[in-house]
Design a protein around this ligand. Sequence first.
Ligand code: 4NP
Length: 154
Amino acid sequence: MVKVLMVCLGNICRSPLAEGILRSKLPKDKFFVDSAGTGNWHEGHQPDERSILTAKNRGLDISCQKARQIKRSDLSEFDHIYVMDSYNLRDVTQLASDAEAKTKIKLMMDEIFPGQNIDVPDPYHGGQKGFDKVYDMLDEACELVANKLIKEHA
Ligand code: 4NP
């Protein structure tokens, strides 16, 4: 099983969408997709209702997900770790205890725009438009990630 972890701050807005979108693009028998937050405020909570609705509008059900905080062991357990923004990148990199773990961590938007340091914007304090924009960004990035992973792990 190839294991992929999506990471944001709260694990209720961006990374649950990323988890749902990427999972929908990968064969279930070969890939396990999960998500986590660098913070712990929402531990055990469902995704934000606006993320649930945004996914539902595109035909994805993410309502069963439960937020959790990333832990050090995730860095060894997962093969690929995609972070949503530069703060997540800093925080997850700090958790990585060796060079091998560090190589697993990638900024999500680098998949579309390599080296340009583009963040998936945190939509938490905004409206529905922000969630739709996040969905579109993640859908495009996840399409590239899925194609790459399928080739890489064929
Ligand atoms: P997320 O958005 O990192 O995309 O899940 C956030 C959700 C909640 C908070 C911050 C970001 N918060 O501060 O509670």
